[in-house]
Design a protein around this ligand. Structure first.
Ligand code: ZN
Length: 543
C-alpha cells in the first residue's frame, strides 16, 4: 500500500513532471533520503522503543534506545524525528549529549571515542503530540478515533512520511535494525498490538498496562506500528513449509464473529504465497492480522486491516473483471508484502516498484492458485485500465521520493509479461522463490533484482527493464503484410529493446523476436488477422 493508491482511485489528480519534482527538492529531502555521513558510519543493531500513549491528550512520551555497531570512527550521529514531537534529552553512558537540530534531522555530538567494532547505545527521550493522520495510510501519522462503543481506537501509519513522524530513529530504509523491543503503555481497558510476539504484559498501579512486543527479525522503519483498541483475540496454527506458524488475529470486540469467518482468507493466502514465493519469511515472529481504523498496511508480522470485512477493495474489483471479488484485497495484497517489502526491502524509495509491482502481481498469483491460470490472466490484464504512463516507475534517488503509481499495475503486467518470456511456469515459480531466498531479510537495489532475473531467466533483460521501469512508452509492434510476407519491428522503444513476443496469425500462435529493424517472415496466408498474445503488455499496429 502506498499513497499512489489514492491516485489510482482518482480521488485527486496530479500533473507534475519529473523535472518539476527534481527542482523542488530541498536540503531536508536530502537529509532524509540519502545515506548522509552522519548515518553511514554506524550500523543499527537493536532498538528498544519504550513509550506511553495518552489517548485523552493525544500525546506520546518516552524514549528509544538505539544500539549500533561502529563501522568507522565519527563524532556526530544523525537521528530523525518530525515536529511537533520534540527530543527532550539524549544520553550516552549517563552523560547528556548536545543536539543540533536541522529541521527533522537531529545531529548528536558524541563525547566518547567511537571505536570500530564496538557496540554502543544512546537513549533518545522525546514527547509531544505527533502529527495526526489526515488520510491514513497515505497521509499518515497517528489516527485517534473511537470505536462504535466509544472506546479509543488508535493506530500509526507512516509509509513514505517515515517512522520519524511518531518515534525517533535512523529514518532511512537501507539500514534495518536486527531486532527490536516495542514497549507500549496504555490505559488499562485497552490493548496494544505491535509487531512480533507478545513477550509480557505489565499491569501497573496507575491503571495502565504495558505491552512488550519483541521482533526477532530485521524490520524496516515504516513496518513498526502501534495499534491500540478494545481488541478481541483469536488464533490458529498453520502447518506451513517451515513447520507450525502462529497466526493471530486482533479485531474490535464486536467484530469477532464476522472476523472468524472472513479471516479464513488469511490461511488461504499463506498457502498460495508459500507455494509461489517460498516460506513465510518471519516464522519466529508469527503472523498477525490486526484491525485498524484505516484501510490497511503491510506492517511486518502485524499486517493491519480495515477493509470492512468485504471482498475486493472496499467492495470493489480493481480489475473490473469480477475476479477481484473472490478475495479480500487487503488481506491478500498487504500480506503479499511480507515477501516483497518486508523480506526483500528497497534501499531507496525510488525503487519502490520492488514492493508494489511484485505485490500487485501477487494478487493474480493468488487467483492462479485457487481459480486457475485463465482467471489470473483476466485479472492482471484487467488491471491495465489503472495504468497512466505518466512518469517512469523508478523515481529520483536520494530524496525519499517514489516514482509513478504505475509501480502497481504496470509493474504487475511487466512481471506477467516476463512470465511469458520465461515460458515455463515451474521455472518462473522457482525464480520467485529464489528471489526470496537470495535476498532473504535484505535491503536491495533495482539493479540487484534486474541482474538476478536476467541471470535466472537466461535473457539479458536490460532493454526490457529500461523500457518498462525507466520510460513511459509502451512498445508497439508495427507490421505490414504483402501477399504472404509479414514485415515487423518494434517501435516506441528504448535502445536495445528486443523482447520476443507471441503473435497469433489466424488461430495459430508463434514466437517472433522483433527489434528496431524490419524483419520478414512468410506466413500461411496474408488474409489472416494478426494479433499480439494478450499476456504481453505491448500494442500492435498495422501500417
Ligand atoms: Zn502495496
Amino acid at each position: 500500500m502506498n499513497k499512489h493508491f489514492i491516485i489510482l482511485l482518482g480521488l485527486f489528480l496530479t500533473g507534475f513532471s519529473l523535472f518539476a519534482q527534481q527542482n523542488k527538492f530541498t536540503k531536508q529531502d536530502t537529509l532524509r533520503g540519502s545515506i548522509t555521513p552522519e548515518r553511514e558510519w554506524w550500523d543499527l543493531t537493536y532498538y528498544h522503543l519504550d513509550i506511553s500513549v495518552l489517548p485523552e491528550e493525544k500525546t506520546i512520551q518516552g524514549k528509544n534506545t538505539v544500539q549500533y555497531k561502529v563501522l568507522q570512527p565519527n563524532t556526530v550521529l544523525q537521528i530523525d524525528l518530525q515536529p511537533p514531537l520534540k527530543i527532550t534529552k539524549v544520553v550516552q553512558n549517563n552523560n547528556e549529549l548536545q543536539v543540533n537540530s536541522v529541521g527533522n534531522a537531529h545531529f548528536i555530538t558524541l563525547i566518547y571515542d567511537q571505536i570500530v567494532g564496538d557496540l554502543n547505545s544512546i537513549e533518545i527521550y522525546y514527547e509531544g503530540k505527533p502529527q495526526e493522520a489526515k488520510n491514513a495510510p497515505w497521509d499518515g501519522g497517528i489516527s485517534w478515533i473511537k470505536d462504535e462503543n466509544g472506546n479509543h481506537f488508535i493506530a500509526s501509519s507512516c509509509q513514505g512520511l517515515g517512522a520519524s513522524i511518531w518515534w525517533p530513529n535512523k529514518d532511512h530504509m537501507y539500514d534495518e535494525v536486527d531486532s527490536m523491543l516495542i514497549s507500549v503503555n496504555v490505559p488499562k481497558n485497552l490493548i496494544n498490538v505491535s509487531n512480533g510476539r507478545l513477550r509480557n504484559v505489565d499491569e501497573l498501579d496507575n491503571d495502565t498496562t504495558t505491552y512488550h512486543w519483541f521482533v526477532n527479525n530485521p524490520i524496516n522503519n515504516y513496518g513498526v506500528n502501534i495499534n491500540i483498541g478494545d481488541y478481541a483475540h483469536f488464533a490458529e496454527i498453520y502447518e506451513g513449509e517451515k513447520g507450525p506458524l502462529n497466526m493471530d488475529y486482533y479485531v474490535l470486540s464486536y467484530n469477532l464473529k464476522k472476523a472468524k469467518t472472513h479471516f479464513q482468507d488469511a490461511p488461504k493466502m499463506m498457502k498460495a504465497f508459500e507455494h509461489w514465493f517460498g516460506p513465510y519469511p518471519f516464522y519466529e515472529d508469527g503472523f498477525k492480522l490486526v484491525e485498524v481504523p484505516y484501510l490497511g498496511m503491510e506492517h511486518q508480522s502485524s499486517v493491519t486491516y480495515g477493509n470492512k470485512y468485504q471482498n475486493g477493495y472496499l467492495g470493489r474489483d480493481i480489475s473490473g473483471t469480477g475476479w477481484g471479488l473472490n478475495f479480500d484485497f487487503i488481506i491478500i495484497h498487504e500480506s503479499g508484502h511480507e515477501w516483497f517489502a518486508n523480506n526483500i526491502t528497497y534501499k531507496d524509495m525510488a525503487d519502490m516498484w520492488i514492493h508494489e509491482s511484485f505485490t500487485a502481481y501477487s494478487e493474480n498469483l493468488f487467483l492462479d492458485y485457487y481459480y486457475g491460470k485463465e482467471a489470473a490472466e483476466d485479472y492482471v490484464i484487467g488491471t491495465r485500465k489503472n495504468i497512466r504512463n505518466d512518469i517512469p516507475i523508478i523515481g529520483p534517488y536520494n530524496v525519499n521520493k517514489s516514482g509513478s503509481g504505475d509501480m502497481y499495475y504496470k509493474g504487475a503486467n511487466m512481471l506477467h509479461t516476463l512470465r511469458q518470456l520465461i515460458g515455463d511456469d515451474e521455472k518462473w515459480r522457482q525464480i520467485l522463490r529464489g528471489l526470496n531466498k537470495t535476498f532473504y531479510h535484505q535491503t536491495v537495489t533495482t539493479q540487484q533484482i534486474e541482474d538476478y532475473l536476467s541471470q535466472q531467466s537466461g535473457y539479458d533483460l536490460t532493454g526490457f527493464f529500461n523500457q518498462y521501469l525507466r520510460d513511459i512508452r509502451i512498445p508497439v509492434l508495427e507490421f505490414s503484410v504483402h501477399n504472404r510476407e509479414l514485415k515487423y519491428k518494434w517501435a516506441n522503444i528504448v535502445k536495445n529493446f528486443d523482447m520476443p513476443v507471441i503473435i497469433e496469425v489466424g488461430n495459430k500462435e508463434q514466437w517472433i523476436r522483433p527489434n528496431s529493424e524490419w524483419q520478414t517472415k512468410i506466413i500461411p496466408s496474408g488474409k489472416m488477422p494478426i494479433e499480439i498474445n494478450r499476456n504481453f503488455y505491448a500494442t500492435i499496429k498495422r501500417l
